[in-house]
Design a protein around this ligand. Sequence first.
Ligand SMILES: Nc1ncnc2c1ncn2[C@@H]1O[C@H](COP(=O)(O)OP(=O)(O)O)[C@@H](O)[C@H]1O
Ligand SMILES: [Mg+2]
Length: 231
Amino acid sequence: MIKLENVSKIYDLDETKVKALDNVSINIDRGEYIAIMGPSGSGKSTLMHILGILDTASSGVYKLEGYDITTLEDKEQARIRNKHFGFIFQSFNLFPELSALENVMLPMQYASVALKQRKERAIYLLNEVGLSHRMNHLPTMMSGGEQQRVAIARALSNEPDLILADEPTGNLPTDKGDEVMQILEKVNKSGVTVVMVTHNPNQGKRANRIINVRDGKIVDSSKIKGAENAK
Ligand SMILES: Nc1ncnc2c1ncn2[C@@H]1O[C@H](COP(=O)(O)OP(=O)(O)O)[C@@H](O)[C@H]1O
Ligand SMILES: [Mg+2]
């Protein structure tokens, strides 16, 4: 589905250059469930931003379904992002003035889905993540675990092919983190590709593949289980 070829990312600060990604090449196949692991500052979030087309590489090629998207205009990249990708962040990133329902509906508005359908799908998704009783709550009225489940429902709203989750359980207590992991696993089983950054070895082990990042390089990328099921 996604192929990165010799991708580097250099942050050009005033006096120093930081090579956050150093010649990274990876293939992500449809249906995979990948854990990205590595020490703090090793380039995991940078890799997620590039994979999600939230940022562009300094050099190298990004192919989506065989098409080089590196040279597309920002507007076209945004369209691809909204249509194919869903994002989940450590800090939930919900809009504070919008209810759970409105947060989940919003990406569908950007995708020009009709109001009735937006509402129906948001209700369905909030139900799926166990939040049918929290539809009209604002983020501040919800626990961290609940907010992250809203964020998952939002990430699924436009039926993405790929979910990118950067330390999705990093701000959650263990039990709430486990709930989030179970939902992500269910999402993957339904056919959505999942790429997740985690520091938790137990979460890593539950993925089909662990990509280990160190100093901006991939040091190891091995299939660990269920790889034969991944397409
Ligand atoms: N916007 C930025 N500007 C400059 N340097 C950055 C920026 N984002 C990240 N970095 C640097 O790039 C390196 C990798 O960062 P990051 O991808 O966030 O690592 P990780 O997610 O593994 O902790 C770090 O040295 C970090 O300080
Ligand atoms: Mg990070």
